[in-house]
Each structure stands twice: as C-alpha cells, then as structure tokens.
Design a protein around this ligand. Sequence first.
Ligand SMILES: Nc1ncnc2c1ncn2[C@@H]1O[C@H](COP(=O)(O)OP(=O)(O)OP(=O)(O)O)[C@@H](O)[C@H]1O
Ligand SMILES: [Mg+2]
Length: 232
Amino acid sequence: MLQVSQLNQYYGSSHTLRGVSLSLEKGQCLALLGRNGVGKTTLLKCLMGVLPAASGQVRLGGRDITKLRPHERAALGIAYVPQGREIFARLSVEENLMMGMATKPGRKASTIRGEVYELFPVLKDMLQRRGGDLSGGQQQQLAIARALLADPQLIILDEPTEGIQPSIIKDIGRVIRLLRERGDIAILLCEQYFDFAHELADEFIVLSRGEVVASGSQKDMAHENVKRHLAV
Ligand SMILES: Nc1ncnc2c1ncn2[C@@H]1O[C@H](COP(=O)(O)OP(=O)(O)OP(=O)(O)O)[C@@H](O)[C@H]1O
Ligand SMILES: [Mg+2]
C-alpha cells in the first residue's frame, strides 16, 4: 500500500530526515515511534505532501506520488490527522465533518455515514456545536471522523493521544482497532504513548535524529534496544 524509500528532508541546513524507508500493507497498523523532535511530524508531512521531500520516493499502491500536491494525495486516498488536530474551530461539528467529504463533490450533510456516528457517538449529539467548543478529546475524535469520511486507503495519525484524557484515549484505541480488524485500510500511527502503540501496532519503526534506528514486528517492540530510543 505505502512504500517509502530513502527519503531526505532539510529545514535550511539541518538534515531532518535521513534516508528514511518504510512500508505498510493494507489491513496493518504501523507505529512510528521516537522522542520529541526526532522528525516524526516532518516525515508525516512529507508523506501527505505538505512538505516537499528533498530526495527519495513515496509510492502509494505502486504509484509514485512523490511529486503530488496534498490535495492530489488526498484524492488518491491518503487522509491525515495532524498533530494538534487542526479542526475548524469556527465551523460546526457537522461542517467540519463535511470538510472530510470535500474530495467527493455534491455530497450533502445527510450523507455523512451512520458508521461515523457509530464509531464516535459523541459527535452525533454535538453536530451544531462549534468545533472550538469541543474538549480536546472530542476534537481529536472529530478530526479522525473527518479523515475517515474521505474513505481513505491510508490514514495517518500524528500523536492522537497527546494531551487527551484516558477515557477518550480508550475510545480512540477502540476505533483504531476496529479499523484494523476491518482490514481494508492501512494505518500509520505516530505515538509517544508506548503502551497505546504497542496494543495496536502490527509493525513498528523508531526514528532518532531523522534516522530509522529500529524496526520490526509488534512482538519485538518492547525490547530494550527499542525502548532506549523512546521517552519511556
Ligand atoms: N518549520 C520548521 N522549520 C525549521 N525546523 C523545524 C520546522 N519544523 C520542525 N523543525 C525541527 O525539525 C526537527 C523535527 O521536528 P518534528 O516536528 O518533525 O519532530 P517530532 O518528532 O514530530 O516531535 P514531537 O514529538 O515533539 O512532535 C526538530 O528539531 C524541529 O525543531
Ligand atoms: Mg510531532
């Protein structure tokens, strides 16, 4: 589904991503781990096309998308839930959800799929509320729901548990597990909350100073060699 090879990126003279490679299959969840400032968000932005990569290749379903713009990648089925959520604070919950269907012109609010409300029941009771008036955890759920309405093949989640209360973290974990079990989507989960990622991932990679320093399958994730690169 997703193949990244030898990706390099710079902010000015600082070499932020150093030859990053990874791959992710449909139906799988890949955890992207690493301490603060190692380049996780930068990598995700390069995958979405928000930032250009200096060199390297990104392929989605076999197609080279390295030079495509973010909206073109969205149309091909990549959905991105940014760190800090970035919902539209002044728009209603319903309008925020409709933004998720922007790649499907002509859709109306009535076509917001019931499935979204099944995954996130709290949103159904808050459709007319302003996004900015939701709690942080509710905003995170809204951001994930909005991403799912684009029918993605790949969903990219940047630290979905950051600053969120435990009960909502549980709800978000349940949704990610359901998506994974459904098997028709690839999930790239960037996390610093190790136990959360450990429960959900099939595979993992660890970044340190822009480089992949460890990777493997879930059963190797709790190994010393991995944990020493993390803030746990
Ligand atoms: N727009 C920018 N211009 C210059 N440097 C940047 C920019 N954005 C990020 N950086 C730097 O690049 C490095 C990687 O940042 P990035 O946000 O990718 O890290 P991260 O792993 O997502 O961290 P966190 O876990 O805190 O979110 C950091 O040293 C950061 O200060
Ligand atoms: Mg980040």
